[in-house]
Each structure stands twice: as C-alpha cells, then as structure tokens.
Design a protein around this ligand. Structure first.
Ligand code: SAH
Ligand code: SF4
Length: 394
C-alpha cells in the first residue's frame, strides 16, 4: 500500500506519529515504532538514526533507504551576544540561509526562541529588511521544527539546567502565508511525546493575513496571536504596510474580535515606532481608540535602524510619552528594546550586517559550546527580522 499524505522523500522531523505509522507499518514494521522514532527525534533531539538504540537495525536500514531525517543541513555560524542571546545562521539543503535567535529572560529565568517561517518575505512592509529583500521560498515543516530542535540541543549542551520555554514565529517570513507548515510544526512541537511546548507559550506573529488568521484560529492549536499593527488607521497603515490594501484593517481587527487565539483570547498588538511617521501623540490617541473593546496588550517596538531603510528610531522620551497615553486608557503596554543588537539579531538587522560586512562579535561563548568558533557572516546572506519575545505569561 502506498502511504498517503506524505511528501517525497518522507522527512521524519516534519512528521507526526500518525504519519510515521503510515510510512512504516505497510513496510512490515510495528506500529509502536513510530512513537519511538518521534520521541528520539523530537524529545531527545537525535541527529542520526544510529543514535536510536532501541530501534531495530532492520528499521534503521529501511529508513536510510526510504526516508530522510530532514531539517536544516548545517549551521553556518553561531554567535553569542553580550546579553547572552544566541544567533544561529542555518544553511538549508538548497544552500539558502535562515536564522533563529534564542534569547534569555534573566529575571524570569527562561529562554525564548524566535524562528523563521519562510526564506524571505513577500509582504513588503516598508520598515523591514526582510521585506526589502523579497521572497525566496516556503520553509518545510521539518525545517521549521529543526530550528527548535537544534537550538534547544545547543542550549542544553551549554547550560543543562536552562529552561527552553517560549517560541515565537517572529523571524524571517510571514507565518500565515505558510499556514499549513506552521500549523503542523505547532502540532509537532506541542506534542507531549516531543518538545512538549505549552501552546500558550507559543506566539505566531502576522502582518494581518486574514485567511491565514482564520485558518490558525480554526486549527484550535491554542497558540497566541501577535498582530503587527504598526499604524492607527487604514490610510496610514497602507503606507507602511501595503498588504493593508488587500486585507483591510477593519477585516483584520474583526478576525481578532471574532476568533479565539490563546487561552485568554488576548491578542498582542505590535507597533513599530517610526520617528515622525507613526509615533506622535495623535497616533497614540487614535491607536487606543482603534483597539478599544479588543482584549489585548500592546507591544511598542522602537524601530531598529538600518542604512537601507529611510526611517529613524524615536528617542526614549517620545516612546515613553506614547506608552503613557496608551496606559491612561488602562491598556497593558510593554516596550521592546531589541536584544542581540550586537550580533545583529534584532528585527531587520541581519541584512544590514550583510551589507556592511562587519566582523563577527562573539561575546564570551561558553567553553563547551560545540559551535563556539564564530566566523564572519558569509557574503551571500540575504534576509531577516527576528525580535524578542512576548508570549503569554503564566
Ligand atoms: N511577518 C510577521 C513576523 C515576522 S516580523 C509579522 O510581520 O508580524 C516580526 C516583527 O518585527 C513584526 O512585528 C515587525 O513589524 C517587526 N519589525 C520588522 N522590521 C523591523 C524593524 N526594522 N524594527 C523594528 N521592528 C521590526
Ligand atoms: Fe514580512 Fe513581517 Fe517583514 Fe512585513 S514585517 S515584510 S510581514 S517579515
């Protein structure tokens, strides 16, 4: 019997237990081996079939001939920031590169990983270097999942007691233009036999792709949603985010009102503050009116400057005043001054580094880190925009 619903070649890191069963049972192997394989790959982070001690040699040989592990091909570079963050540059099997950033929260003592969902992005937001560089291709499920598996393994090798806890789809790409792969990656990563992330500590960030938002809500994964709002009206948003012409702000906000995302139904609105464009008091007043009645918190992100982009970061006073106006309306507001800036791990920074060809920065990589040798970024690097986290708290 030919297995259904399986891509060619089958890539085990991107498969659910049911799909692995569908692959191996017709070939004469026991059904329970599927759960064992899933546990080896997802929970224990095995990097080869040979590591899987309780998997019979016959099944290992069959898998070698009929399947792949999938995932990222190699780690091109790994850098450590002065704030402890890791920036991983991964090379894919077609030579394209993506990045993940792993950030510590030293106060609450956990780590958050920011992953990419596409190579490049087609959405074309005017303040984002990923958008500036365009779209290359979708990431497969196994490539999304492996960003987590690889980073978690590295972290736990360096710091066995570390609490790898939160996941945000806020790296390169628009996750809800790759919704099937993103939703499946969430199902795999929240499975109790795997990494077992809590859905309320997973956040998908979107520029407001209405069909993808509905698909995510209807998938019932229980993960949180962050909406990159970035302007307080349809007309202003069209300028910085032209996607607003296709998916009008009203429709996007109606999805936020109507559907349940996360356990507490609270949306995070992200708002990149661009000096002189959307950061004045009048914008703050309009923003608080716009979101009135929607259970939410607001995350202000002072723009991360890049020489390729015609915007500036507002000063601290303007950011504080903007925040004050929102909190007067009892809104929950946080300001995200990006982490990992010294390794270009903040929003939109990687491509900036690529252009300027700055040397590597390695702030005290731990002695036992496998990838502690830090190289200069390769010249063919083409994208990026990770940020730090705001997954839902306890
Ligand atoms: N495509 C998704 C997720 C990736 S972008 C989205 O747009 O939501 C993640 C976040 O980075 C978004 O909120 C985006 O507005 C922000 N961002 C992009 N470029 C930035 C920059 N140069 N400075 C600050 N934030 C930026
Ligand atoms: Fe794409 Fe998000 Fe960048 Fe917009 S902000 S171009 S949606 S990655």
């Amino acid at each position: 019997m030919k297995p259904t619903n399986i891509t060619t070649p089958p890539r085990l890191r991107g498969m659910t237990i049911a799909e692995i069963e569908e692959l191996i049972v017709p070939a004469g192997f026991e059904k329970y081996r599927a759960a064992q394989l899933f546990q080896w790959l997802q929970r224990r982070g095995a990097r080869s079939l040979q590591e899987m001690k309780n998997i019979p040699a016959a099944l290992q040989r069959w898998l070698e001939a009929n399947a792949e592990l999938g995932g990222i091909a190699t780690v091109a570079t790994m850098k450590r920031s002065a704030d402890g963050s890791y920036k991983f540059l991964f090379e894919l099997d077609d030579g394209r590169k993506i990045e993940s950033v792993l950030m510590p929260d030293p106060v609450r003592n956990y780590w958050t990983l920011c992953v990419s969902s596409q190579v490049g992005c087609a959405v074309d937001c005017k303040f984002c270097v990923t958008g500036l560089n365009g779209f290359f291709r979708q990431l497969r499920v196994d490539e999304i999942v492996d960003q987590i598996l690889f980073s978690r393994r590295q972290l736990l090798t360096d710091q066995p007691e570390a609490n790898f806890r939160n996941l945000v789809y806020m790296g390169m790409g628009e996750p809800l233009l790759n919704p099937d792969a993103v939703i499946k990656s969430i199902r795999i990563l929240t499975h109790k036999d795997g990494v077992d992330l809590s859905p309320r500590r997973v956040t998908v960030s979107t520029s407001g792709i209405v069909p993808g938002m509905i698909q995510l809500a209807e998938a019932g994964t229980g993960v949180c949603l962050a909406l990159s709002l970035n302007a307080p009206s349809q007309a202003e948003r069209e300028i910085v985010m032209p996607i607003t012409r296709k998916y009008p702000l009203n429709d996007v906000l109606n999805v936020c009102r109507k559907y349940q995302f996360g356990k507490h139904k609270r949306i995070t609105f992200e708002y990149v503050l661009l000096h002189g464009i959307n950061d004045r008091e009048e914008h703050a007043h309009r923003l608080r009116k716009l979101v009135r009645g929607i259970p939410c918190k607001i995350n202000l992100i002072p723009f991360n400057p890049n020489s390729a982009l015609p915007f500036e970061r507002p000063d601290r006073e303007a950011v504080e005043q903007f925040s004050r106006i929102l909190t007067e309306d009892h809104l929950t507001v946080s300001v995200r001054w990006s982490k990992a800036l010294d390794v270009d791990g903040a929003c939109g920074q990687l491509a900036g580094q690529f252009r300027q060809r700055r040397g590597a920065v390695a702030a005290a990589p731990p002695e036992n880190s496998a990838a502690a040798a830090v190289a200069e970024m390769p010249p063919d690097l083409d994208f990026f925009s990770p940020t730090e986290t705001d997954s839902e708290e306890e």
